[in-house]
Design a protein. Sequence first.
Length: 163
Amino acid sequence: MPHTWTDTSDNTAELRAWPHNSLPPAGFAALILGFFLFASLPLYAMLGTVLLWGLLPFMLAATAALYYALRRNARDREILEVLTISHENTHLSRTNPKGDVQEWACNTYWVEANLHPKGGPVPFYVTLKGGGREVEVGAFLSEDERKALYSELDGTLRRISRP
């Protein structure tokens, strides 16, 4: 699962969550190279003809479009959520793809984890409520991962906030 818990002590826990990254750099390079090679196969029959110069720009444009789309997708997945729960304070920090950081903090005693099966932007939407605000946690995770995250989060909050 793309989230991990770290218990630093009996009264402190840290959650790190990030989106899936199913295409590592080596796979990215192999995909671009494979696409280029397979897209260039029809061009070998056109060697020495004027048609080669008519088809070549489209093949290169398709390869460039695939490269751009995969790079853009990788940039859009550069999200990191860090939730730190201590006996006194709960702090959520979300680093977005463009580098801006969103933060939320509340007294742990008043923090409540909620699971919204319907009505949120995604099914089984997980939120933390406290300090007059309700913030999302792990919206980029899959449905089953959000269910598991909710039960882990609720158990951790109960364990730490009420010793």
